[in-house]
Ligand binder design. Sequence first.
Ligand code: COA
Ligand code: AMP
Length: 632
Amino acid sequence: MSYADVYQSWKSDPNGFWMQQAEAIDWIEKPSKALFDENAPLYEWFVDGKVNTCWNAVDRHVENGRGAQVAIIHDSPITGTVQKITFAELRNRVAMLAGALQAKGIEKGDRVIIYMPMVPQAIEAMLACTRIGAIHSVVFGGFAAHELAVRIDDCQPKAIIAASCGLEPGRVVHYKPLLDGAIAQAEHKPDFCVIFQREQEVAKLEEGRDFDWHAFQYGVEPSECVPVEGNHPAYILYTSGTTGQPKGVIRPTAGHLVALNWSMKNVYNVDPGDVFWAASDVGWVVGHSYICYGPLIHGNTTIVFEGKPVGTPDPGTFWRVVRDHGVRSFFTAPTAFRAVKREDPNGEYLKKYDLTCLETVYLAGERADPDTIHWAQRMLDKPIIDHWWQTETGWSIAANPVGIELLPVKVGSPSVAMPGYDVQILDEAGHQMKPGELGAIAVKLPLPPGTLPTLWNAEARYRKSYLNTFPGYYETGDAGMIDEDGYLYIMARTDDVINVAGHRLSTGAMEEVLANHPDVAETAVIGVSDPLKGQMPVGFVCLTKGVNRPHADIVKECVAMVRDQIGPVAAFKSAVVVDRLPKTRSGKILRATMVKIADSEDFKMPATIDDPAILDEIREALKSIGLAKETA
Ligand code: COA
Ligand code: AMP
């Protein structure tokens, strides 16, 4: 079947299409139908089925003769170690951990926060939760204590599973003090914590609250897989919105299983037994879908890579891992390739490795710029596939479905809509636009299985953020167009979300931090173009009347505050003091115009601007930090 046939078969019978894909999943009780639309515009899938995620990701492969196959390869160039865990071993490890959690009172529906670096124990913790129907929420290690505290208060975990430390090149990230700080800041207190002590740093445990990962499991009964309803949340993953309060995206169990399993062959073109590698982090959605769940559900070997594209030890690391482990499909972020390209533009490191095992490379997480794609095509001589999706969807909205057929690659486009997604470009009034015209990208409801049904404890916010602007549609927050051949082009965000090194961040959250500086009266944070990280945040601060401390000191304090409260991952390194901010007559800050000035791009003077002269002051301020080089 061609892509067009598959897409059409979904369109003409969505229920039949998804019920057929659901056949690939082991059900405890089969669902009676696919879509449940009784509460439209809130939709759910496979609600009356009974199923378990961990069974499908682990146990069933052991039952079906894959017990001796390697499930997880942990490759850590930072510690210089490689560890392999078979499906049979993984089942035993996960069943013990799940049993220990149960023995301490964790039950179906309880929340468990996981705060861990790239070690296999992070995956085991996720699977142990889904095994017993507990809802995990993984928090990325690059976030600071405050961000962790916000998530603790929002999802109110009964337990937190963490590691003693993470390892960044040249520095140990002290997770345990961050965790202790977060628990102290949060109003909600977990009943207990489980700490995986790494040999690089052993953390002090708090008597009565903290348990050692190994001792905690001593003598417990391994747990069986607990059946859950199709719409039971498998996990909550927080992602950046326009404010400092992150959005808790809910992932429903059954749709997640069905959609990820479908994507492994149809998008990523791997068969059970193949090695699949997503070089991301378990703290992001890519890590959830394609380091942990997707490959394991589909019977693939997955790689947990603890390293960076460069410097661990060199820009040949990716190619070494691909060759050593026989990777067939490889998924990374464009930023990672830009980092490799900068250090190894002619592929001298790449030439050292025989990469015949590698068939296809996938990029997502941010815009894939044509330069980077052309470079990768030249270096690897393999299809380089851009694909577009979000934390909210959990799998591709648009991709080149290589496992169905490799469509012609159009550089700059993540290709075409996947089955389940009716993607349309809308104008402000919600009318469909013509091919080639730029507008808001929206998806006609319902979204397919696996996508978010709502936000954790925030249905009103879910409706406001995604459903209200265009009734009957899901608003993606991205703007772009569709060409005559149905290829999508993703141009920009329509909100204040920025993308720094493939990490989704909220400028609003950074503004909230800066506003707390005692000398700061008003602030704006924008994302400016960066040749390596795609975008970088830049802050503007207006001082309270009468403050006459050196600006450099205030800027330094602002930078430290964002690092301290949001975390190093925000990469907030530059800020400038200005007298005032450009605004519309109604008081809205003209952030988009500021971005254009910073990027030295032409722009149209906003008709509603209050005082155009401020833009010159902004340009001068930006020049003082090396931006806005040419006069726009
Ligand atoms: N725990 C603690 N700190 C972390 C962290 C983690 N898991 N991940 C990143 N950080 C820190 C870094 O150490 C760095 O700190 P610094 O300011 O002290 O140097 C800061 O957060 C910014 O990190 P990063 O954006 O990763 O920048 P970098 O300069 O260290 O590395 C790249 C640059 C391009 C190599 C890196 O950004 C990269 O690999 N990007 C790919 C991202 C990716 O795979 N995204 C997945 C989405 S699909
Ligand atoms: P996240 O939820 O962290 O995966 O970030 C999702 C956002 O990243 C999207 O809404 C886009 O703005 C951006 N994004 C992800 N993939 C792509 C892509 N292939 N091309 C352009 N932007 C992308």
